[in-house]
Design a protein around this ligand. Structure first.
Ligand code: 13P
Length: 337
């Protein structure tokens, strides 16, 4: 019963289900070249194509990764790269039954008329770029826009974020890519968890309103929400149980069960925090697959272990598997620290 027949309706639903499969989640390594440069600088490496390729090769050739990871989000440069032995990264992923994905937004710029907020660019030419990415092997996409609580959020910023996500989602589906819908609500601020809950409910209600208006196939999308936590500068930290309770309350009120998967971002949480919070959310059955799409919470130890040295690659890959397995157990609600 497709809400809208596209050439890819059935495939989209299959792809989304495959990514949202038990005990697996997404490895996000789609840092733009500028952001990847910051990660490399943290271990004293220059931001060159050679270093970015070496780092992504380490991650994407980790033996056994597919047991815990169902999808990997890549930056455009990585989608077209190969290992130093000449094997396409896309083929490395396929051999592990990991679906290749691609970041398609063009980043954030100031939103005129708002309270120092931003909007996300990238709709121009998106259909033709998406068709090219599909040909290259990508089967899902990511578009990250942000909402800031200390800056408001203004009604204008929320509406713009929601509309942009909905347009992107419809365009992705027309071109065979499952859209990950990501309105990141930034952790910054000293507000209590109740305020985050209120903003998250507002944001997701608008996102689903515009997704519906754009006839997006809900069975063929994935969400990438922020967990509902107190602001990073709030005086008290919340327990995983409190975070799970608020986050699941928000999701149950706002997300239809037709959506197959909720793949959280880590947003600056520590590796263990991100795992514990996910585990807490899987202590009772949910209408959707509740899993992870972490970047920093999967990569921090890997980077520190690697240090850019070939002799450390194996140890760094092992540390990736440790985090991936921990989050896999958390997806199943079976992690203990
Ligand atoms: P973090 O898990 O580091 O927040 O990154 C996830 C991501 O891809 C943000 O778009």
């Amino acid at each position: 019963l497709p809400i809208r027949a596209t050439a890819y309706s059935d495939e989209l639903v299959k792809t989304a289900k495959n990514i949202a499969s038990p005990g697996r989640g997404i490895l996000a390594i789609d840092e733009s070249n500028a952001t990847c440069g910051k990660r490399l600088a943290s271990i004293g490496l220059d931001n060159t194509e050679v270093n970015r390729q070496a780092y992504r090769q380490l991650l994407l050739t980790t033996p056994g990764l597919g047991e815990y990871i169902s999808g990997a989000i890549l930056f455009e440069e990585t989608l077209y790269q190969s290992t130093t032995d000449g094997k396409k990264f896309v083929d490395c992923l396929r051999d592990e039954n990991i679906v290749p994905g691609i970041k398609v937004d063009k980043g954030l710029v100031p939103l005129p008329g708002s309270n120092n907020e931003s909007w996300c660019q990238g709709l121009d030419g998106l259909a033709s770029r998406s068709a090219e990415y599909y040909k290259q092997g990508a089967r899902f996409a990511k578009w990250r826009t942000v909402v800031s609580i200390p800056c408001g959020p203004s009604a204008l910023a929320v509406k713009e974020a929601a509309w942009g996500l909905a347009r992107y989602a419809a365009i992705s589906q027309d071109n065979g890519l499952v859209p990950i819908v990501e309105p990141e609500i930034l952790l910054d601020g000293d507000h209590p968890i109740e305020r985050t809950l209120e903003v998250a409910e507002k944001v997701w209600s608008e996102v689903f309103f515009y997704l519906a208006q754009n006839n997006v196939i809900f069975e063929g999308i994935l969400l990438k929400p922020s967990m509902v936590t107190p602001g990073a500068e709030h005086k008290e930290k919340a327990s995983p149980e409190t975070i799970a309770k608020h986050t699941l309350t928000m999701l149950r009120r706002r997300v239809p069960p037709a959506v197959p998967g909720i793949m959280f971002l880590s947003g600056g949480q520590s590796e263990v925090e991100a795992t514990l919070n996910l585990n807490a959310m899987n202590q009772s059955p949910n209408p959707w697959h509740v899993s992870f799409s972490y970047a920093r919470a999967l990569q921090n130890t890997v980077l520190k272990t690697w240090q850019g040295r070939p002799e450390n690659v194996e140890a760094a890959q092992k540390s990736l598997l440790v985090r991936a397995k921990a989050n896999s157990l958390a997806q199943l609600g079976r992690y203990s620290a």
